[in-house]
Design a protein around this ligand. Structure first.
Ligand code: WQD
Length: 334
């Protein structure tokens, strides 16, 4: 009985593959390396002593997916495959709708054909839109998304709800991530986006390594403790463990549609991240305050009570670990 992990060589996917292998699960990866490198497989093998079987496929191809189901005994699927750059999605919406939606629907169709109905989906806090309160609770439901990337996440959540309504023998878990940062403590796995990063921590990394001159902080006039935006950052290894717990949950249930926030519940400001990074790594991060980035909210964070109670999951690592591990990975890329 194997777990199929689509996008298993990406940032969150690779960390989850490690945790699954550490739990003794058999893992099959489907990935087309569109935003990752084959060396990730070597790192996974070095960390776990196991090398998962990999299919280099585009998950929009039903034929390629069917081959995986024919050749293996797939019991469950965790879907990480998808494009995730917010800015690019605004410029190239069709690329995002085509890839993320067709991939999810094709995967679900193939699962249905092979009567495999255990599915975990990577969703995002972005689906809440702007609910007007900073603490996001699962029951709030989806709001108006602010970019096509976020809309693909919201649409796939809707597709999963419709699918479960049509056939309640499905066993589905939607995980809404807040802001994953950090890297594996070995320094062998982490986030290494192509081009100039959009997200805060990858950008700080490029400044710390001298590849970019300074960090632009988008606004210091928000209604927050220091005026900079506040987010619920969580360590990617904690997030990966959340997937293992979600799989355990589905293994215990016959069927259902479950939704959980995965965060720490504690927001930190941009300046908190910068000063903590400087302190734990002893590196100065030059920055400049620039105007707000359109679409950004002042502050939001997860209410994680449901994941704590129903999955027995709680994020264990703090921002010092996140800042230290991120840099430990980036240093190895030099
Ligand atoms: C965090 C804070 C910025 C960069 C996005 C997506 C979300 C999810 C995670 C992923 C904000 C500030 C950032 C910079 C800055 N999706 N910032 N200078 O926007 O909370 O969430 O990533 O796949 O869907 O929307 O994360 O890391 O971009 O920003 O000042 O150069 O850092 O304004 O307050 P965000 P982020």
């Amino acid at each position: 009985m194997a777990v199929l992990v689509t996008g298993g060589t990406g940032y969150i996917g690779s960390h989850t593959v490690v945790e699954l292998l550490n739990e003794g699960k058999e893992v099959i990866i489907a990935d087309n390396f569109s935003n990752s490198k084959t060396e990730v497989l070597d790192a996974i093998e070095k960390i776990t002593g196991k090398r998962p079987r990999i299919y280099n496929i585009d998950c929009r191809s039903a034929e390629s997916l069917e081959k995986i189901f024919e050749e293996n005994h797939i019991d469950s699927v965790i879907n990480f495959a998808g494009y995730k750059a917010v800015g690019e999605s605004v410029k190239l919406p069709l690329k995002y709708y085509n890839n993320n939606l067709f991939e999810a629907v094709t995967l679900l169709e193939v699962m249905q054909k092979f009567n495999c109905k255990k599915f975990i989906f990577s969703s995002s806090a972005t689906i809440y839109g702007d609910p007007g309160v900073p603490e996001y609770v699962e029951e709030m439901g989806r709001g108006k998304t602010s970019n096509p990337y976020g809309t693909t996440k919201a649409m796939i959540e809707q597709i999963l709800e419709d699918l479960y309504f049509s056939d309640n023998s499905w066993n589905i878990c939607i995980l809404r991530y807040f802001n994953p940062i950090g890297a594996h403590e070995s320094g062998m796995l982490g986030e290494n986006p192509n081009g100039i990063p959009n997200n805060l921590m990858p950008y700080i990394m490029k400044v710390a390594s001298g590849k970019l001159e300074k960090l632009n902080i988008f606004g210091n006039d928000y209604d927050t403790k220091d005026g900079t935006g506040m987010r619920d950052y969580l360590h990617v290894v904690d997030l990966a463990e959340g997937h293992v717990k979600a799989l355990d949950k589905l293994d215990k249930e016959d069927s259902g549609l479950f939704i959980y926030n995965l965060g720490t519940g504690t927001p930190y400001s941009v300046l908190d991240i910068v000063t903590t990074f400087e302190k734990v790594n002893n590196i100065k991060i030059p920055y400049e305050i620039v105007p707000r980035r359109p679409g950004d909210l002042a502050i939001y964070y997860a209410n994680c009570k449901k994941a704590n109670e129903e999955l027995g999951w709680v994020a264990k690592k703090g921002i010092e670990d996140m800042c230290r591990d991120s840099w430990n990975f980036e240093k190895n890329l030099q």
